[in-house]
Each structure stands twice: as structure tokens, then as C-alpha cells.
Ligand binder design. Structure first.
Ligand SMILES: Nc1ncnc2c1ncn2[C@@H]1O[C@H](COP(=O)(O)OP(=O)(O)OP(=O)(O)O)[C@@H](O)[C@H]1O
Ligand SMILES: [Mg+2]
Length: 320
């Protein structure tokens, strides 16, 4: 944007958009010609304050600041009332029952909801103080900085090498030596290099589920995003592959900011620094259910001394 400039056009990479099996064809991108991060009102210090008693947060540590976020699909309000600050180099977990809006909120963080027909986002999503939904922000640029790993591993039907090199190639890197280096680095960071270094030319689809998911993580980090969003990345994996991905997340958080949706509460408790608990409330008028954020706090507190009874019921297994 330099570090905060979300304006520039770049080719979208498959790994960042088309890889979402639920995504509809993209809408045209907004004219990014004149967004000026400095022109965007900086967040209030209170909004940047961390949960609990940690005192005010250094604004440079706030990656996302969500305020009164709500998402509608057509007339239906899927989730509302989301206020939270997601901090740099932390793992933030979203937990809660099915349908409470975890995926929906996660998608707001890299404008993936733009690709869902009928989705409408209201409220505030600041990314380093810049309104992510400003008309002048280019969603393609956003998705380059904020990558996503999906629930079901979805390698491209290409070689292992090409899966990882795809994004960097689209970004204009052409020299074989440079690409080789990026591929090795991304696969090493994704804890997959040793297992695949002798078969980089083989298809990514031929890997096991756990390996495919690590390949997808390598593909995401090969484009050097700042943030990695993960939507139930271990739900299709066995306990051993899950443990590997969890170890990997703990490693990656030193370099990246990670947001993970998980149904596995042990996983949230093990890997995350902060946890957001969502639930869904029945709307009496039409019997639909709208998700809402109940509590957001340090993970340890959410699991030991939550302030809301609904959180306590959920984390102790007394939900529903
Ligand atoms: N593309 C869509 N169009 C219309 N409604 C949607 C769409 N995606 C999600 N919804 C609705 O929004 C609500 C929240 O869905 P979401 O997928 O965010 O929940 P979730 O918490 O991720 O659930 P799960 O744990 O089952 O993945 C649900 O009522 C869902 O039916
Ligand atoms: Mg979901």
C-alpha cells in the first residue's frame, strides 16, 4: 500500500476467487482510481481497543475493525451486530452453530461476498483503517492481500508445481528461478515440501486430502498475502492431518494474520488467540434465523469464564 493502497488493478488469480465452489461469477470491479487511505476516517481509539482488560490496542496491530456489520442475502438478514477487532499475527477463531453466519462474516473480510448474487454488506469493515467497501477499492487487490483457504481442498487439475506457481505467474513473475524459489518456500512453509519435492510435476489432485489442503495453503501463501482466511480447513481431514494443519497455523501466525472458522471447539481452544462466538436467533415474524455475534474475547476467557450464558452453554456442550 504502498501498504494501504488497495486501488491498483491486477489480474485476479483463480486461487483467490474461482476456487470458491459457492461463488457466482464476479461482478465488475469498482473504479479504483482515487481512493485515498488518508481520506478515510481513522478508527476511534475505543474501536481499536482489545477485548478484556488488555487496555487500548496499538492501532498498528488492528488489521480489521468491524463495526455493526450485517449481511443480507436479498431480503433475508443472515447475520448482524458484528463488532470486533482482528489483530495482527494472531489467530482469530469463529465458532457457533451451523447457519449463524460464520462463513458469511469470513467472506466479508476479503469481499468474497461480492461474488454471491444478492449479498449486501452494511456497517463497517476497516482494513488497516481503510474502508474495504469503499467504491474506489478494488476487490481484486483486496483478495491478493487477503487470501482464502476453503473447507474442501480444491487443487487445480495441474501439477503440484503449477498449483503453487499459478498466482505468482498471474502477478507477473516469469523467471523460472524466481518461481522455483517461491514454490519451494511456499511448500516448505506449508509443511509439504519434503513430501512432494520429488514429484512436483505430478498432479495436485493425486495427493491425499491432508496434503491437498496443505497444497491449497501453499498456493494461498505463494502470493504473499498478509491475511489468510480459513473456512473449516480441517473438516475433511483425519486427526493426524488436522494436527499437521494446526501446527502449521501456529507457525504461520508469526508471519500472517489468520482467521479460521471451525466447528471443532478443541481446535479453537488449541490454536486461536481470540474467539468469536456467534449464534442464531429465530425471527418470530417469518421463522427465519439471523446470526449474531454474542461474544468476542481472548480464547482462554471464552472457554473458561465467558460473560454470556449462551457462550457458556455452547462451549460446555449444553447448546440446543
Ligand atoms: N449464498 C447465499 N444465499 C442465500 N442465503 C445464504 C447464502 N449463503 C448463506 N446463506 C444463509 O445465511 C445464513 C448464514 O450462513 P453461513 O453459511 O454464513 O453460516 P455458517 O455459520 O457458516 O454455517 P455452517 O457452520 O453450517 O457452515 C444461513 O441462514 C444461510 O442459509
Ligand atoms: Mg460455514
Amino acid at each position: 500500500m504502498s501498504d494501504l493502497d488497495l486501488r491498483s488493478h491486477a489480474d485476479v488469480t483463480e486461487s483467490q476467487t474461482a476456487a470458491d465452489p459457492e461463488a457466482a461469477p464476479g461482478r465488475p470491479t469498482a473504479d479504483p482510481s482515487s481512493v485515498e487511505p488518508s481520506a478515510v476516517a481513522p478508527s476511534e481509539p475505543e474501536a481499536a481497543a482489545g477485548p478484556g482488560d488488555e487496555g487500548p490496542l496499538d492501532p498498528s496491530q488492528a488489521v480489521f475493525e468491524l463495526a455493526d456489520l450485517a449481511v443480507h442475502y436479498g431480503e433475508f438478514c443472515a447475520v448482524r451486530g458484528v463488532d470486533m477487532t482482528i489483530r495482527k499475527n494472531e489467530i482469530t477463531a469463529f465458532i457457533g452453530p451451523s447457519g449463524c453466519g460464520k462463513t458469511t462474516v469470513l467472506r466479508c473480510l476479503n469481499r468474497m461476498n461480492d461474488l454471491v448474487v444478492g449479498a449486501r454488506v452494511t456497517g463497517q469493515v476497516l482494513y488497516h483503517g481503510v474502508d474495504l467497501y469503499d467504491d474506489r477499492v478494488d476487490p481484486v487487490e483486496v483478495r491478493k492481500r487477503i487470501g482464502m483457504v476453503f473447507q474442501k481442498p480444491n487443487p487445480f487439475p495441474k501439477s503440484i508445481y503449477d498449483n503453487v506457481a499459478f498466482g505468482p505467474k498471474v502477478a507477473g513473475i516469469r523467471k523460472k528461478a524466481d518461481l522455483d524459489e517461491i514454490v519451494e518456500e511456499a511448500l516448505t512453509k506449508a509443511a509439504l515440501w519434503d513430501e512432494v519435492k520429488d514429484r512436483l510435476g505430478k498432479s495436485g489432485i493425486g495427493l491425499s486430502g491432508g496434503q491437498q489442503q496443505r497444497l491449497c495453503i501453499a498456493r494461498t501463501i505463494a502470493t504473499r498475502p498478509e491475511v489468510v482466511l480459513m473456512d473449516e480447513p480441517c473438516s475433511a481431514l483425519d486427526p493426524i492431518a488436522t494436527a499437521r494443519i494446526e501446527d502449521l497455523m501456529a507457525e504461520l501466525k508469526h508471519e500472517y494474520t489468520i482467521v479460521i472458522v471451525t466447528h471443532n471447539m478443541q481446535q479453537a481452544a488449541r490454536v486461536s488467540d481470540r474467539t468469536a462466538f456467534f449464534t442464531a436467533e429465530v425471527n418470530d415474524i417469518d421463522d427465519t434465523r439471523t446470526g449474531l455475534l454474542v461474544e468476542f474475547d481472548a480464547t482462554e476467557r471464552i472457554f473458561s469464564t465467558p460473560t454470556d450464558q449462551r457462550t457458556e452453554n455452547y462451549v460446555t456442550g449444553r447448546f440446543g
